[in-house]
Design a protein around this ligand. Structure first.
Ligand code: HGY
Ligand code: MN
Ligand code: MN
Length: 437
């Protein structure tokens, strides 16, 4: 049973009684913004209690906590006036019909999976803010010429399996079925994990929101960086999402006795990997960031020369040519270090995504909505990846950034204020009210 709360001691879902109408353009957000921000903040805390690791927030794709959180999000979507289900790719999808049935949908969403020891805002803020926005239209009986779908994706962080964005790729019609053969650290395949979750992988192709089924995709997300805080702005509009290359390197040398193997006879996989890690860092020149986030010595022991090491790399840039050149430099240096040290180094490429520009017209609708909140519409790039990337060249996409304290993210200290969350909800409402297909 997931470390979810039992049904009877689950915190009561905060009532969404706060009526929210967009404030007159010349006034700052009214008390309604605080109220709706508080309500979303309460639900973010409630959702954060669904974790696979007691005492900290870790909610991995298709794990028990993901299942419990998905069921809660279904409940909240229905309370907000939507029909809701969990689809074949384990996305939670809520739908609020337009003025006519079966109308194409305006998509809103973000993810509810997390990294290990995560903050409670990265992902869920975008889902819960969207649910609050739709709830406002529903309470007013407001119908637009399009449907609205809110999606809680389950595989944005890509922590459990080598690929990522599989849920959003499914909706974008870009799902690669080969990823179903990927296995996690316990040898469980993606396919088996989906089936155990209650999903039928055969149903994934039919999820594609292509062929006119969808109009646009808009994602609200914490900035995960310091810019908005430095500019004293609650919100920002994303200009583009940086491209990313992930991979893993398996370094193999020769295990040996730490006390007896002479230094000039060693094939020390960890010492070699350490040089390679510094080569990854060195590949990060202007406009490129490069990170080794994981390094494992599987059979490590204090008195054994390491024979095998595995580490990951993550290289990003707004400039795809620079990113690819940096990755090539990493691969070349890894090979050269391995050769010099008599090691073997096997490189496996993981998730790759080109830089994704936001759609100009949709971003302009968003910028006008931000302006009507009395906020300067600052445009800024996203260093972090998001589900929005899946819709590149499929749907017009845009992102709304919400200020987060110190730019901290992927860390339990992550924080966005209820007032800023309230501004985000009212901005989403404004977009849903003013967007014309
Ligand atoms: O890795 C990323 O940029 C995102 O947080 N998954
Ligand atoms: Mn995220
Ligand atoms: Mn993240």
């Amino acid at each position: 049973m997931p470390n979810a709360l039992a049904a009877n001691d689950r915190p009561a879902a905060p009532p969404f009684t706060a009526r929210m109408t967009s404030p007159p353009p010349d006034q700052p957000a009214s008390a309604a913004s605080e109220a709706v921000g508080d309500a979303v903040a309460d639900r973010l805390s409630a959702l954060a209690r669904f974790t696979d690791e007691p005492g900290r927030l870790t909610r991995l794709y298709l794990g028990p906590a993901h299942r419990a959180a998905a069921d809660e999000v279904v409940r909240w979507m229905r309370e907000a006036g939507m029909s809701a289900l969990i689809d074949a790719a384990a996305n939670v999808v809520g739908r609020y019909e337009g003025a006519a049935p079966d109308a194409p949908a305006f998509l809103l969403g973000s993810h509810i999976d997390s990294v290990r020891d995560a903050g409670r805002f990265d992902g869920p803020l975008g889902v819960l803010a969207a649910i609050a926005a739709v709830g406002d239209l529903a309470r007013r009986g407001r119908r637009r010429p399009f449907a609205i779908e809110v999606v809680a994706f389950g595989d944005e962080e890509g922590i459990r399996f080598p690929t990522t964005l599989t849920g959003s790729m499914a909706l974008a019609g870009r799902f690669d079925p080969r990823c179903l053969d990927d296995v996690d650290a316990d040898g469980i395949s993606h396919r088996d994990a989906l089936i155990a979750f209650g999903c039928d992988p055969a149903g994934i192709p039919a999820l594609a929101r292509t062929g006119g089924r969808a109009l646009a995709y808009l994602e609200a997300h914490i900035e995960q960086g310091p810019v908005l805080e430095r500019r004293h702005l609650p919100l920002g509009i994303v200009s583009a999402i940086n491209g990313v290359s992930r991979g893993a390197v398996e370094v193999t040398g020769g295990a040996g006795h730490a006390g007896t193997v002479p230094m000039d006879h060693r094939k020390d996989a960890l010492a070699g990997a350490a040089e390679m890690v510094l080569a990854v860092e060195k590949a990060a020149r202007s406009g490129v960031v490069a990170t080794v986030g994981q390094l494992v010595v599987p059979e490590g022991a204090v008195n054994t020369v390491p024979g095998r090491v595995r580490f990951t790399y993550d290289v990003r840039s707004a400039d795809d040519t620079r990113r690819r050149a940096a990755v090539a430099a990493v691969h070349e240096n890894v090979a050269a270090i391995a050769a010099r040290r008599g090691l073997a180094a096997a490189i496996s490429r993981g998730h790759e995504g080109d830089a994704v520009p936001a759609d100009a017209r949709l971003s302009e609708v968003l910028a006008r909505a931000v302006t009507r909140q009395g906020i300067e519409p600052l445009r800024l790039p996203s260093g972090a990846g998001h589900d929005a990337m899946a819709f590149h060249r499929v749907l017009p996409l845009a992102m709304l950034f919400v200020r987060c304290r110190g730019g901290i993210s992927h860390n339990p200290a992550e924080f966005a204020s209820p007032a800023d969350i309230g501004f985000a909800v009212r901005t989403l409402i404004d977009v849903l009210e003013t967007y014309e297909p």
